[in-house]
Design a protein around this ligand. Sequence first.
Ligand SMILES: Cc1cc2nc3c(=O)[nH]c(=O)nc-3n(C[C@H](O)[C@H](O)[C@H](O)COP(=O)(O)O)c2cc1C
Length: 325
Amino acid sequence: MFEKLLISHCAPTLAGIKTGNLFSYHHPSGENIVSLLAIWNEKLNTRGIYLTSLKNKDSCTLIYIYRKKELLNLLEKEEIQSFLEKQDYPLFSLDSVLDHLRKRLLMSKDFPHEIGVFLGYPLEDVIGFIENRGKNYICTGCWKVYHNPRNAQRLFHCFKNCRKQFTYLYNLGLNTEERMFYYMSKVAVVYYSGTGNTEAMAKAVVEGAKEAGAETDLIFSDDFSASKLDDYDAVGFGCPAMGDEVLEEISFEPMFEECEGKLSGRKIAIFGSYEWNDGQWIEDWEDRCKEAGAVLVYEKLPAYDAPEEEALEKCRELGKALANS
Ligand SMILES: Cc1cc2nc3c(=O)[nH]c(=O)nc-3n(C[C@H](O)[C@H](O)[C@H](O)COP(=O)(O)O)c2cc1C
């Protein structure tokens, strides 16, 4: 019963594509909720996932499940801190923040809508909801959207697919840890960038791969080597056009050359920024990948100079293709 609820309400958090989820658990009388949460924490803490009770009333407990690293990253953002400070959140530790949230749930007359931040909703949408008292939204799905509806709808779609896949695996009889293992592929995004253009592309590739449920590592070319290829299901390589229509020669080329001998049958995608010519470097690079026997899961992706939104969107698609390959 508890596991079924966990799957139906929290699959996106379990899969790593959402910071947190919330659900109400009506427990049978006599069930010890503290022990139940301890059992699940023991199973999931090693994967960075935590469960805690936010409110208890009669036999109903409001349970918050969250990814600690992602939540801490959110709480470090200046705009989130100044928003939460307005509601008197003491920001010196995660425990103090969660204790204050518990108090707000207990004492506030209105539901503390800042809880959206803890669930990974965009801050603009949390503020929009509070200021508009839940009205005047552009669209709705997992939350009411006041800003960037395209991005929100993409996420809603990912969450829906994720729930579907988790439920499917649950019905096959797999337990939660097994489901997480099958759901998450591991993707490395290995890049070189001198002035930040290819780096912006690499970050969008990571975003796309994460949205599709993959565990991702963003790695500068100095820090990657052929021996690490086996740690990943798929790799996105990013490098700008340099020299005279070649890959960057000091960091990226030696690393890629070493990997080349091990690319046969491996799922990869290539991308990068250019400016001075017409993209010959990525044509030649693609030929090298094909000769090495790599499986290109997405069309080579060049972007002119600093990537615009359209190019970044393609990078996200490339990331998804890596995650789903
Ligand atoms: C030393 C150097 C060589 C370059 N060679 C080329 C080239 O052969 N063809 C091209 O289209 N652009 C060339 N460029 C332009 C870069 O590819 C372009 O500025 C790119 O956006 C840089 O990406 P980054 O910000 O990720 O470093 C060169 C730039 C530098 C600094």
